[in-house]
Design a protein around this ligand. Structure first.
Ligand SMILES: Nc1nc2c(c(=O)[nH]1)N[C@H]1C(S)=C(S)[C@@H](COP(=O)(O)O)O[C@H]1N2
Ligand SMILES: [Mo]
Length: 426
């Protein structure tokens, strides 16, 4: 505690207040006379009071736990229901209130095209048919007997951050703008195992996956990907999938747009050509500036977002903050995240605190002191294939503004002199 505290100027790593990631905080030390451990505070110390909850036993064990009532504000944002779209819509993950890299099951984002079906697994089947030697039908109990594998990987809706294509910056939070991404440990049977059992015909090129919801969501997946790393997932962070995530079974297609990870999976049909489902013709296609459309854009590009400080938060001048965020890529790992506090004029490498592996969310951090003058916070990630997240103008130059899906450009948070934070364009 006696060591001289270095000045911010000695710790600066880039302009406008970005500080060395090696900076250690001492926020708990209220004054020079702080004792070594609060556990040793004596009754004579004025800070020593026994709180109510320490005076008598609390409730005993429970069958299924809930979050603390003091953390009850950490919720998904389901938006407003649309009577013209029964069960349709999305809820967004509270990215700005979570830490670590895993999304708790109750806070995983949701995207439903016709609501959540109430599936009793005893009445549910998974059929594999089409260009196969033998058609197969599995029930839930059959599938539970297969060997399974687990992977910690992100899932992102290709409509995530789509509002940033618009001309006028939307005012929102990290949750409302970017909350259609989550990360879980997915456990299930490699699809390749089930395809081998069915015996795929040499002429087959595509696998069409169909869900048992009222939207009858269907997507065609190239056989190469289907027999590579796709899972028929049954568990999410160790427990059976939540109904919202596809109980009793879903496809999990690592690194690709969320839409192909068909929930409530009931059929896999092998064919020579894609099935031209509604969700791969009228939707989930990217219209370019010349009005031609790309039908399939499967992998999610390298992306990062600052989750704190972020939209709708309020900053205090001269305070030390940790700029924190998430980065991910459909192409592999995150190799590097850089952060700017001056709108992209200067950059510094953030510290990557955690990343489980390939195609999982990475969490980054860099200390920053807000001077009280305007600042623009930006992050940019580079993945293990060497690709760096584009700027918004680079992305728009490539894709135009008619597109809605697959927005992965750098996002800027503008801090004004009042300490308010808004989504801005550089
Ligand atoms: N059967 C079915 N599968 C589906 C959907 C759906 O509405 N029905 N939504 C898709 C979309 S658009 C996305 S982004 C992901 C969302 O998965 P989640 O709700 O588990 O986050 O599921 C996909 N799979
Ligand atoms: Mo989606």
């Amino acid at each position: 505690m006696s060591e001289k505290t270095p000045h911010d100027s000695e710790l600066a790593v880039a302009g406008n207040g970005l500080l060395s990631r090696r900076l250690l905080l001492g926020l708990g030390v209220a004054g020079a006379a702080a004792t070594a451990s609060t556990a040793l505070l004596g009754a004579e110390d004025p800070r020593f009071t026994i709180p109510e909850w320490s005076k008598r036993p609390g409730p005993g064990p429970s069958a299924y736990g809930d979050p603390s009532p003091f953390a009850a504000d950490i919720q998904r944002d389901p938006g407003r229901a649309n009577p013209l779209y029964p069960g349709g819509g999305a809820s967004r993950s509270p990215l700005h209130k979570l830490r670590g890299t895993l999304t708790p099951n109750g806070l995983h984002f949701e995207r439903h095209h016709a609501g959540v079906p109430a599936i009793d697994p005893r009445g549910h089947r998974l059929i594999i048919n089409g260009l196969v030697e033998r058609s197969l039908s599995f029930d839930y109990e059959d599938l539970l007997r297969y060997p399974m594998t687990s992977r910690i990987q992100f899932l992102e809706c290709s409509g995530n951050s789509g509002a940033l294509f618009r001309d006028t910056p939307v005012d929102g939070s990290a949750q409302s703008i970017n909350g259609l991404v989550s990360c879980a440990e997915w456990t299930g049977i490699p699809l390749s195992v089930l395809l081998d059992e069915a015996g795929v015909d040499a002429s087959a090129r595509w696998v069409s996956a169909v869900g048992a919801d009222a939207a009858s969501m269907g997507r065609s997946i190239p056989l190469g990907k289907a027999s590579d790393d796709v899972l028929v997932a049954l568990f999410q962070n160790g427990e059976p999938l939540r109904p919202e995530q596809g109980y009793p079974m879903r496809l999990f297609v690592p690194g690709w747009e969320g839409n192909v990870s068909v929930k409530w999976l009931t059929q896999l049909k092998l064919s020579r050509e894609p099935s031209q489902f509604r969700d791969e013709t009228s939707k989930y296609t990217d219209t370019l500036a010349d009005r031609t459309s790309l039908q399939f854009t499967f992998p999610m590009g390298v992306k990062s977002i600052i989750t704190s400080p972020s939209g709708q938060m309020q900053l205090t001048p001269q305070q030390l903050y940790q700029i924190e965020g998430l980065a991910w890529s459909g192409a592999g790992r995150i190799a590097r995240v850089e952060v700017s506090a001056d709108g992209g004029r200067s950059w510094a490498d953030a510290h990557i605190d955690a990343q489980a592996g390939d195609k999982s969310l990475a969490r980054f951090r860099l200390p920053w002191r807000w001077s009280g003058s305007p600042a623009t916070l930006i992050s940019r990630a580079t993945d293990s294939s060497g690709v760096r997240q584009p700027t918004r103008s680079q992305l728009l130059a490539e894709k135009g503004q008619l597109a809605f899906y697959h927005f992965n450009a750098q996002q800027c948070w503008g801090v004004d002199t009042a300490g308010e934070i808004h989504n801005v364009y550089a």
